[in-house]
Structures are given as structure tokens and as C-alpha cells.
Design a protein around this ligand. Structure first.
Ligand code: ATP
Length: 264
């Protein structure tokens, strides 16, 4: 199992933020984690990365049970692309340096890098269609370019688990489709890590993500194969709206009371 979360709860004061959550992700099973704002997605990711501990229940990631393994070592095998990471990066660094920093999962490059590291970083930038950005400073990049650089950075350490936390936030529809295409290619590559895609938007779920965990108010609402979960009935009840789901080009599209959410 890549992720094995069993009956996990997380309490803060008198508030229960995660309630009896269980989730098992097998190797090379690419999952989507779907929930509205405040449903507990970030909290669950913080737990998977060992930044917070469950109040009750057990967490095991990449076969290592928390409490019995050095979490700093474990984090080297996990790539986590998130907006909060963007805020912590040094905006004045060149894109290539940012990708290189992924080798040791550090913010900034402190270790001696070899020529082969630079070659790998350039190859990763090229595979994400942004080799020409290698020498550009991060703060001059567009949001879509930043996300690609961060994904290249996350891949630099050849992670076994890659978490993409709302990677399409702030992207226009064309940049979004381009990034989703690249994510799909990563998922289909031979040495692909197990991938978790976190979002509020079902239309971003590419066909390579075959499973979804629906999280609602800190609880698992449902989980399973997308074709079973992504139905008008299930999502109407999940989102507490009158929703209509349509499948097109292997993806599911949601509209609410005649108003499309697709491009929001
Ligand atoms: N350290 C904390 N102390 C108290 N409450 C917290 C803490 N961390 C998160 N919460 C609360 O837990 C709930 C879930 O938050 P979380 O950030 O996990 O949701 P989310 O699904 O990631 O939301 P979003 O999609 O907006 O990022 C929210 O109500 C939040 O205010």
C-alpha cells in the first residue's frame, strides 16, 4: 500500500476536523481527492506528509508506519506541489535552481550539484515544455509556468508518491488543459509515481485518475471508481445542489441548475 490510513480522526479544541477517515491507495493507483473548501483535504495531506499526527487511528505511507520511521526520510519519497509551497519559494531564483532544489526537497540549493543533476533538471523542464524558462527568475513566470516548474521540482527526487494540490488554481482554460495533458503524460510514463490529484472541480479529473475519495466536512462521503461515483445523483447529494453530470472525452463535467461550473 502506498497510503494506508485507518480510522483517523484529528481534533483541534472542541472541533473534529477529520472524523474516522480510512483510505487505502495501492501502488500505481492514481487517485483524486475531491471536496469543497474546508472539507479537510489539506489537513489530510498534512497528515500524509507527517506534518500533523492523528488524534486517533493509524497512518502508514509507502509501507512505513508513522511513529516508527524518520519522517524526513519519508518526505524525500513524496513530491508535493501546492500553492503554499509557491509562497515559500524564493521568487528571485532561476527556474533551473528551483528544479534542482527538489533533489534534496529543500527550499533553495545548499548542496553541491553534479553536472548530471543539471542535465536531469533541464530534461525535466523540457518534458514539461518549459526548457526555455531555465534561466528565468521564478517571479517573472506566469502561474501556468510556475506550476510546471514546481512539478519538475517535485519529480527531481524521483518520488514514489506525487501529490498535486489544486495545480490548476489561477490558470485560464487553455493553460489548464495544457497542464492537465502534461499531468496525464506523467501518469502514463513507465516510471510514474503513484499520483494524488486534489481539486474542487470534477472536470479536472483526467482519465488516468480512475479512483476518487469524496471528502465532506471531514468525513469520507464515498470512495471508489470514478465511473461509479461521478453520477448526477451522487454528486447532487455530495455537493447539496441539483447537479447534472455528463461524460465527454473520458472526463466528467458538472453543471448546476443550468449554470456550468466548467470554467470557474
Ligand atoms: N490547525 C487548525 N486549527 C483549527 N482548525 C483548523 C486547523 N487546520 C484546519 N482547520 C479547519 O479544518 C477545516 C478543514 O480545513 P482544510 O484546510 O483541511 O480544508 P480544505 O479541504 O483543504 O479546504 P480548501 O479547499 O479551502 O483548501 C477548516 O474548517 C479549517 O478552518
Amino acid at each position: 500500500m502506498v497510503i494506508d490510513i485507518s480510522h483517523v480522526s484529528w481534533e483541534r479544541g472542541d472541533k473534529t476536523i477529520l472524523k474516522d477517515v480510512s483510505w487505502r491507495v495501492g501502488s500505481k493507483e492514481h487517485w483524486c481527492l475531491l471536496g469543497l473548501n474546508g472539507s479537510g483535504k489539506t489537513t489530510l495531506l498534512n497528515m500524509i506528509n507527517g506534518y500533523i499526527w492523528p488524534t486517533s487511528g493509524s497512518v502508514s505511507v509507502l509501507g512505513h508506519k508513522f511513529g516508527e520511521y524518520d519522517l524526513r526520510e519519508l518526505r524525500k519519497s513524496i513530491g508535493w506541489v501546492s500553492t503554499s509551497l509557491q509562497e515559500r519559494l524564493y521568487g528571485s531564483e532561476a527556474a533551473l535552481q528551483i528544479v534542482l532544489s527538489g533533489k534534496f526537497s529543500t527550499i533553495g540549493v545548499y548542496e553541491q550539484m553534479e553536472d548530471e543533476d543539471r542535465e536531469r533538471a533541464r530534461a525535466l523542464l523540457a518534458s514539461l515544455g518549459c526548457e526555455r524558462l531555465a534561466d528565468r527568475t521564478y517571479h517573472t513566470l506566469s502561474q501556468g509556468e510556475r506550476q510546471r516548474v514546481l512539478i519538475a521540482r517535485a519529480l527531481m527526487s524521483s518520488p514514489k508518491l506525487l501529490i498535486l494540490d489544486e495545480p490548476c488554481t489561477g490558470l485560464d482554460v487553455f493553460a489548464r488543459e495544457s497542464l492537465l495533458g502534461m499531468i496525464e503524460r506523467i501518469a502514463e510514463s513507465e516510471d510514474a509515481p503513484t499520483m494524488i490529484y486534489v481539486t474542487h472541480h470534477i472536470e479536472e479529473i483526467m482519465p488516468c485518475f480512475k479512483h476518487t475519495l469524496l471528502l465532506k466536512q471531514g468525513e469520507v462521503y464515498a470512495e471508489g471508481m470514478n465511473d461509479q461515483l461521478m453520477t448526477s445523483d451522487t454528486l447532487s447529494a455530495f455537493f447539496d445542489v441539483q447537479a447534472h453530470v455528463e461524460k465527454r472525452d473520458g472526463r466528467h463535467w458538472l453543471s448546476v441548475k443550468g449554470k456550468s461550473w466548467n470554467n470557474s
